[in-house]
Ligand binder design. Structure first.
Ligand SMILES: *[C@@H]1O[C@H](CO)[C@@H](O)[C@H](O)[C@H]1NC(C)=O
Ligand SMILES: *[C@@H]1O[C@H](CO)[C@@H](O)[C@H](O)[C@H]1NC(C)=O
Ligand SMILES: *[C@@H]1O[C@H](CO)[C@@H](O)[C@H](O)[C@H]1NC(C)=O
Length: 334
């Protein structure tokens, strides 16, 4: 009788997990920072290790996801700043990182932002050379960065609803896509255009205030828009908080949904999306901020950073330390 009862429980839990596995991918928490830490963004190096940036400290950390007990290592603490934000790789193992002073939850101090070059001298090195790449005085709140070409990056200014092109050779920044683009608007909310990624001649972006993923044709030498942007999808409910995105193969975009505490996979052509990990009332992925696909043998893993619910608490009140979570996608979706 007891045995039968146990078998029944086992059967029920197996069918439950099979059902969940069909809908969602398995997740592993690689590391959780102390309470009060908001992990903002990430970039994966060619060797698979992960660079991490933070709203709550002017730090740059490195985490090796495949080590047995992943523990982040502080690479650098910037002076005269509160936060590190977007990161983009501009040539193999060389990255540009945005550093700023955040005044309130999401507003930057005008004139406080700069871009730094993080250059690793050899593969697996943990001692990068860090130099100032450009001051960006016209930017208020730097957010997502993306490499446009050999000379330039694009930078989302979430406060002004603008995308700047920064020439890394001259240090000059100019507005590439401006206030005439309605899908970059902020409607009076603090965070508008947020994540940026490029595929071919299209710039994909999220707008947190408008709660959408969009795309726009751009000129690959200047970053200027060729026409108006189009909406791809609106964030799934409860809404409020599309964050950063990653592009996978086969017309797929992975987008973080901060208030939903989940990650969505968007079929860009069909304009449809599904939740692939996390759940609205769970701290498993508490307030996800950014996603990136693995490298160095972990191409089928999607890494997620989280704010731990610091800005949007889970279940109205739960806050945990910012996390780094791995979602195992398997071969089909990368
Ligand atoms: C520190 O940052 C503030 C605001 O960005 C700036 O006005 C000031 O000159 C900076 N101080 C130093 C020593 O760099
Ligand atoms: C999440 O929790 C809220 C109340 O905290 C509840 O109203 C809602 O139904 C829950 N949603 C799910 C999907 O469990
Ligand atoms: C983390 O901080 C929040 C808000 O300050 C608090 O409600 C929560 O209990 C803390 N959690 C832990 C594990 O200390």
């Amino acid at each position: 009788m007891l045995f039968l009862f146990h078998s029944l429980i086992l059967y029920l839990s197996l069918t439950h997990s099979l059902f969940c596995a069909a809908r969602q991918y398995p997740t592993t928490q690689l590391y959780q920072f102390p309470n009060g830490t908001f992990v903002e963004n990430l970039a994966v190096r060619p060797d698979g290790s992960i660079l991490l940036s933070f709203i709550t400290s002017p730090d740059l950390y490195l985490l090796h996801p495949s080590s047995p007990n992943p523990t982040p290592h502080l690479l650098h603490r910037f002076t005269n700043a509160t936060s590190t934000l977007g990161i983009t790789e501009t040539s193999p193992d060389t990255f540009i990182l945005a550093v700023t002073t955040i005044l309130t939850a999401a507003q930057g101090l005008p004139g406080s932002s700069s871009l730094w070059r993080i250059s690793f001298p050899f593969p697996k090195s943990t001692s990068p050379e860090i130099t100032l790449a450009a001051r960006i005085p016209a930017v208020v709140t730097p957010n997502g960065l993306v490499t446009l070409n050999r000379r330039k990056i694009l930078l989302a200014d979430s406060a002004q609803g603008l995308v700047f092109a920064v020439d890394l050779e001259t240090g000059v920044s100019t507005v590439a896509i401006g206030a005439e683009e309605p899908l970059f608007a902020n409607r009076g909310r603090p965070i508008s255009v947020n994540g940026l990624k490029i595929r071919g001649s299209r710039l994909y972006f999220t707008n947190t205030a408008l709660n959408l993923l969009g795309r726009v044709e751009i000129d690959r030498s200047t970053g200027a828009a060729r026409g108006l942007a189009e909406e791809v999808v609106e964030a799934l409910p409860p809404g409020k908080g599309y964050g950063d995105l990653a592009l996978g193969g086969g017309g797929v975009a992975y987008v973080t949904n901060a208030a939903g505490n989940f990650v969505e996979r968007v079929d860009v052509r069909r304009r449809r999306q599904v939740v692939i990990a996390g759940e609205v009332n769970s701290t498993e992925i508490a307030e996800p901020t950014a996603v990136a696909l693995g490298r160095g043998g972990e191409e089928d893993v999607l890494f997620v950073t989280t704010g731990g619910g610091l800005l949007i608490p889970v279940n109205g009140g739960e806050i945990v330390g910012g996390q780094v979570v791995a979602i195992k996608l398997g071969r089909r979706y990368r």
